[in-house]
Design a protein around this ligand. Structure first.
Ligand code: FAD
Length: 292
């Protein structure tokens, strides 16, 4: 099924994000997690595309195997970074050839790193909206896009960000998944701004439980944004005890998901980092929300 059909079914969506592994050991960890997640019968799982387009083959391979060897519905991510239009067409063709009809169309971070200026491939695309158009031209695919409750680092304002989201929907995006964030209000503000621009596609909140202190640093680097102080304070208060950090991280994520679902979010997209334990705990904590 397409994610569009799954989201239209009316029940809440629960999905999980993985990245393609680089070693045989990491491959084992990934598949163990995927099998555990499969038992939760999620709406879909998604497989990321490495920074700089480096994991193209790994992403296609994992996505294809999920499509063929599991009961899960996979979404393959795809970025414009360092790819010509022809290369992008061939990746889309490879997904289609392996039975993957769901794609997440992204620009990707600048090839020089998240804090460098964006440089498009000379024969490539400049913005995600162009990739949405390209995928749409090539067939009857279901296309998701990125959205940013805390504002994309390069965007001039929250309003500009909402306009970009609305333009992606206009170009044919079926739904959006957000960057990770920690304030439910920030999510609803984005959804309201987009709605005021006539954009009513489902926006799935991206949630990552922080399970160790090092992740705080890494997330700030990845998203260009520090975690809110109340969140870091709660985690740092138990810094000396890794098990407690993990527990508090799961609690923070559970509270956020509860606020989002109570406020009408159409589901939750969990970022797993290929380890399923913390996200499964949050999912299980959500209990009755999951059933409705
Ligand atoms: P765009 O929509 O192109 O936006 C990029 C910037 O350009 C924004 O500041 C936007 O405001 C601005 N902009 C957009 N359109 C226009 C326009 N027409 N005119 C002027 N300005 C414009 N990265 C990976 O490398 N691999 C992944 O698998 C991956 N998965 C992700 C999954 C999710 C759910 C999210 C939220 C992000 C993911 N990313 C991934 C990161 C993403 O590629 C970066 O955040 C990237 O910097 C922005 O991508 P985008 O698709 O939103 O780009």
């Amino acid at each position: 099924p397409t994610v569009r059909e799954l989201l239209a079914s009316g029940s809440r969506s629960f999905s999980f994000e993985f990245f393609p592994p680089k070693t045989p050991e990491a491959e084992e960890v990934l598949w163990r997690s995927l099998r555990e997640i499969e038992q939760l019968r999620p709406t879909f799982v998604s497989i990321t595309y490495g920074a700089g387009g480096t994991t193209r083959d790994g992403t296609i391979r994992v996505t294809e195997r999920v499509a063929q060897d599991t009961s899960l519905t996979p979404i393959g991510h795809l970025t414009c970074v360092s790819h010509s239009r022809d290369e992008l067409r061939s990746v889309i063709g490879a997904y289609a050839g392996s039975g993957v009809r769901n794609m997440l169309a992204l620009r990707g971070d600048p090839p020089g790193g998240p804090n460098q200026p964006w440089v498009a491939h000379p024969q490539g695309l400049n913005h995600a909206v162009e990739l949405v158009e390209l995928i749409r031209e090539l067939g009857d695919f279901c296309v998701g896009v990125a959205a940013f409750p805390d504002k994309h680092p390069e965007a001039s304002s929250l309003e500009a960000d909402a306009q970009v989201l609305a333009a992606k929907a206009q170009a044919g995006a079926d739904y959006a998944i957000t960057q990770m964030f920690f304030g439910a209000d920030d999510y609803f503000r984005l959804v309201d701004r987009a709605a005021a621009l006539g954009c009513d596609i489902p926006v799935l909140p991206g949630i990552m439980p922080v399970t160790n202190i090092k992740q705080i640093q890494r997330m700030a680097e990845l998203t260009g944004m520090a975690l809110p102080k109340p969140v870091t304070d709660r985690l740092l208060a138990v810094e000396a005890d890794p098990a407690a950090v993990r527990q508090v991280g799961v609690e923070i994520a559970t509270e956020l998901c509860e606020q989002l679902l109570a406020g009408g979010a159409p589901g939750i997209h969990f970022i797993t980092l290929n380890r399923s334990t913390a996200t499964r705990q949050v999912f299980q904590n959500l209990g009755s929300h999951v059933a409705s």
